[in-house]
Design a protein around this ligand. Structure first.
Ligand SMILES: [Zn+2]
Length: 675
């Protein structure tokens, strides 16, 4: 090549590079409440018309790869009781009605399989996939001529509830395998439901309260097959399901809370979402409004505590809203699923905030750090996980000790907590982009942009223990698509930068930051969420105070004494008893709230950060003892109104993330500094 032409080519290349750099120099950060709903063809199965299109669409299992601390939760779920439940649970033996059809087989097997199967697919674990398959094949093989499936006992009891959970297992299996039999099977089963006389369909009990789970699977099948009669069935299910669109709390139900199934914690966590599910078919905005109204009503009365949960130590009980009343483990994972569902229907970031609140604060403490034992109730204030039953809960007996052998429903249902969360970190947007909605170390591969090019995004972070998240783009060719980043409600300020651009300050908590440009291999986006310590006062419990830093709430560090009391050598049951004082009031200067708390330690996030020993963040606060705040039996006393009576010298106490503490005080009384 002649020297002159070479010079011209070099000049042309550099002009083009300058042009591209110039064009991309400062990327505009747009702010949106939710991803735009467009009629552009989606690459993933969203809602089919006439169902309303959703702004966010779930990706098939396998598109998201989990890393870091979240991968260790999945691995620990596998090595813990969930992965070994057939060895432990009497409901997963060879005489299960799900295998024999004649024996007993209710909700337990599908509760477990819906989490275990997804865990197997996420970890790509061949042995687990084969175990899941054994139960899936039994379900598929159990279908009768009229479309009914599952244990005969349930049919005789006219109880479709356990099948609603089994359908979730089949959906994930189809997602993973594309086994066409699943669609035909579900279609025949839904014909059976359509043909049932109205009065025999969801006549009462749990199935009537939980019919929305069935509705969700009918929409799922409709989106896959487009059979229009499924929408008639959807109307029938909604009509026959208990009314969750009216206010949940009423004076009438208050008087009969013991009998009211509307006051059962797990039912509430599930039922909250049903009006929003049906909104997809009717488009009636008041159905969405009903969800938020009911949630606010519930949390104002019973959710006066951090960690995203409400006091329901079986049922919500008028007069029992102190943070010492626990939440059942089933309620936690169902509540997470409710917000994961709402996230896709509304596209609003607050749903992701609520998933994280539960997942990063309440859920980890419901199990031992090795995930080899669980308990029934977890409370924001909890000073003893013993087996005595000397507690003021609705149920009697052992509810707090950690035991892989007990707590029948939770023991099986908790399996889907971490796997479903993992599947909702990234969602496709209806405008052919992608949204990072729940933050955790991961990567995602999906089709984006007008031409459906495949892009891979890698997310590096120790979130929720740090607010800094780095995304790296890996794609074979340059590709235009919008990247949505959730700005959590707690993040007053965020900084966003791309490559070497000047970081842009964004003050828009609760919005999505949208970056739309031509992305190329190696582009890096840095999202830095400011995590200042924030204070929350709880007017419903005497103005008690809680502290948060980013997505994490903080609890008083209490020395834990672990004592084995039952079980086997491999699968022991544990009591966790307090080895240090707990009855502290925080001493705060109300005029300078931020100066009351110091971050004293920041450690690397280890394999299992959710334990007392490995807590990645430690705060320090000033406190004084409250001699009048004492245990009642083994149970922590109700939080005294602030300011309480305090005594003794001012001390310094350590606070650790709520999910790291098996014993904890998270709602504190407080006294004024210097007074
Ligand atoms: Zn349960």
């Amino acid at each position: 090549m002649k020297k002159r032409s070479l010079v011209i080519i070099v000049i042309l290349i550099s002009v083009r590079m300058t042009f591209l750099e110039g064009k991309n120099k400062v990327t505009e950060v747009k702010l949106k409440d939710r991803p735009s709903v467009t009629l552009a063809p989606g690459y993933y199965q969203g809602n089919r018309s006439p169902l309303l299109p959703g702004p966010l669409v779930k990706l098939p299992i396998g598109q998201i790869e989990i890393r870091g601390w979240l991968l260790s939760q999945l691995q620990l779920t596998r090595s813990g009781f969930v992965g070994h439940l057939p060895e432990i649970s009497k409901f997963l033996k060879e005489d299960s009605g799900w295998l024999t059809l004649r024996g007993k087989g209710w909700e337990e097997m599908p509760y477990w399989l819906k989490g275990y199967g997804d865990l197997a697919y996420l970890l790509k674990d061949k042995e687990m996939i084969a175990t899941a398959r054994k139960w899936i094949e039994a379900i598929l093989g159990s279908q009768q001529a009229d479309g009914y499936f599952g244990p005969v006992d349930n049919r005789e009891a006219n109880d479709l509830w356990p099948n609603m959970e089994a359908l979730l297992c089949l959906r994930s299996y189809y997602d993973f395998s594309h086994d066409r039999r699943v669609l035909d099977f579900m279609s025949r089963y839904f014909r059976f439901e359509l043909n049932l006389p109205e009065e025999k369909f969801l006549p009462g009990s749990w199935q009537k309260l939980r019919g929305g789970e069935n509705l969700d699977s009918v929409y799922w099948l409709y989106n896959h097959t487009g059979e229009s009669w499924l929408l008639d069935l959807a109307r029938k299910i909604y009509r026959r399901t208990a009314d969750w669109a009216s206010p949940i709390l009423t004076p009438e139900r208050d008087r009969q809370w013991e009998e009211s199934s509307f006051y059962h914690g797990v039912n509430i966590a599930m039922g909250l979402k049903y009006p929003a599910l049906y909104y997809q078919q009717t488009g009636e905005k008041q159905l969405l409004e009903a969800v938020e109204r009911n949630y606010q009503q519930l949390m104002t009365s019973y959710g006066q505590q951090p960690g995203g949960m409400f006091a329901a130590d079986e049922n919500i009980r008028p007069g029992y809203n102190d943070p010492r009343q626990g939440a059942e483990t089933c309620t936690m994972v169902e509540m997470m699923f409710t917000w994961e569902t709402l996230l896709k229907i509304t596209g609003e970031t607050i749903a992701a905030d609520r998933v994280e609140d539960i997942a990063f604060n309440s859920l980890p403490a419901s199990m031992t750090p090795d995930l080899r034992g669980l308990h029934y109730l977890t409370a924001a204030n909890l000073i003893s996980c013993d087996r005595s039953g000397e507690h003021d809960f609705q149920n009697s007996g052992t509810l707090l000790s950690y035991d892989p052998w007990s707590y029948r429903c939770c023991q099986h249902n908790v399996a889907f907590g971490w796997p479903y969360l993992a599947e909702h970190l990234w969602l496709a947007t209806s405008d052919q982009g992608v949204a990072a909605v729940i933050y955790a170390p991961s990567s995602v591969e999906l089709k984006v942009g007008p031409r459906g090019q495949v892009v891979r995004l890698i997310e590096e972070t120790s979130y929720p223990f740090s607010g800094k998240i780095i995304f790296t783009v890996a794609s074979a060719e340059e590709v235009d698509f919008p990247l949505y980043l959730r700005l959590p409600g707690w993040a007053q300020t965020a900084f966003i930068s791309i490559n070497n651009e000047q970081p842009k300050e964004v003050k828009a908590p609760g919005k999505f930051a949208v970056l739309e440009r031509r992305w190329k291999y190696g582009d890096q986006i840095c999202l830095d969420l400011e995590e200042s310590v924030q204070f929350k006062f709880w007017p419903g419990i005497g103005q008690a105070i809680s502290l948060r830093r980013g997505p994490l709430w903080f609890s008083l560090e209490i020395k834990e004494i672990w004592e084995k009391y039952d079980g086997t050598e491999s699968w022991p049951a544990w009591e966790v008893l307090p080895g240090s004082d707990w009855n502290y009031a925080l001493v705060i200067d109300q005029d300078n709230l931020a100066e009351n708390i110091r971050l004293i330690e920041k450690r690397e996030v280890g394999y299992q950060p959710f334990s007392l020993e490995n807590a990645p963040l430690i705060l320090e606060a000033r406190a004084m003892r409250c001699p009048g705040w004492v245990a009642e039996g083994k149970m922590v006393g109700r939080v005294p109104p602030s300011p309480p009576g305090v005594a003794g010298p001012e001390e310094t106490v350590r606070l650790i993330p709520m999910g790291c503490a098996r014993l904890r005080i998270t709602c504190f009384p407080w006294a004024r500094s210097g007074k």
